[in-house]
Design a protein around this ligand. Structure first.
Ligand SMILES: C[S@@+](CC[C@H](N)C(=O)[O-])C[C@H]1O[C@@H](n2cnc3c(N)ncnc32)[C@H](O)[C@@H]1O
Length: 262
């Protein structure tokens, strides 16, 4: 007997190109793990009312990482699974019903975007554990949140041992201030943007640095962002990745720097 998928149906909002930022980051950051995988299986968990972001993920991974990638879009809502079938292109892209248990699959990579946002914060740890416990050896989970158009977002990279990094990402040409990122934090952090929490200190540090770098605005938002990143680093925040990623409006931090384990 097939077991019920783990989780609940939530709003299906999605948009073309909404996940372009995180997909590009996945190609760059998780590409080696996927290239090394015995089975290049990727799950797009909770693809929403239309399968467009799963279609795009497959195209980006096939072009940027390996042509034989197989993306399976899993949705907990059977109506959305049925609606996605015309977009299937087996074996590279298929759609099935499933939840956090990943429908029995053992993928090398899972992208779960804008899925946990509608859950309770207390459910995050279990959902993370359930998904990461079903990854193939060396597998990765990218779990995060973004706005409707994908201009502001953030995500956590996890492996079987737990969360490893937090990435904040913004389209610099439309960014008014880094404080806007607070509304698009992953579920694990969004209610923690309060004094006394590291994520609050980080968003404040970024925002202060952005205000202090206002003099660079005439040179464009990228220059202003790069100056802000330098200031945040100089203040002791352990920014990962190379300046090439910063130029895209991204910043990655080790998870323990953001969420220290007591
Ligand atoms: C807001 S949509 C996100 C769509 C797409 N990932 C995006 O970011 O544009 C969230 C989707 O996740 C689905 N969902 C929620 N919990 C789930 C779970 N445990 N397993 C699979 N899908 C789930 C919902 O049914 C909904 O269609």
């Amino acid at each position: 007997m097939q077991r019920r998928p783990l989780g609940v149906v939530t709003r299906g909002t999605t948009n073309p190109n909404r996940l372009r930022r995180v997909d590009n980051w996945i190609v760059e950051t998780c590409g080696d793990a996927l290239r090394a995988a015995a089975d290049p299986l990727v799950v797009d968990l909770g693809y929403g009312a239309t399968p467009i972001t799963a279609v795009e993920l497959r195209a980006r991974l096939a072009a940027g990482v390996r042509a034989d990638v197989r993306v399976v879009g899993l949705e907990i809502d059977p109506v959305r699974v049925a609606a996605a079938q015309p977009a299937a292109d087996p074996p590279g892209l298929t759609f099935a019903r499933g939840g956090f248990e990943l429908a029995g699959l053992r993928p090398a990579l899972v992208r779960a975007f804008n899925v946990l946002r509608q859950y309770d914060e207390s459910e995050v740890a279990d959902a993370w554990r359930t998904v990461t416990g079903r990854l193939a050896p060396g597998g990765l989970l990218v779990e995060g949140t973004c706005d409707e158009l994908g201009r502001l977002g953030s995500w956590v990279l996890l492996d079987a041992t737990g969360p490893r990094t937090l990435t904040l990402a913004a389209k610099l040409t439309t960014l008014e201030s880094p404080a806007q990122l607070a509304e698009r934090l992953p579920k694990a952090l969004i209610h923690r943007n309060v004094p006394g929490e590291r994520i609050h200190d980080l968003i404040r540090a970024l925002d202060d640095a952005w205000q202090a770098a206002a003099g660079y605005a005439p040179f464009g938002p990228r220059q202003r962002w790069l100056e802000s990143v330098k200031a945040v680093r100089a203040a002791g925040w352990p920014v990962l990745d190379r300046p090439r990623r910063w130029r895209h409006g991204e910043l990655t931090f080790p998870w323990p720097a953001i969420f220290p384990t007591p």
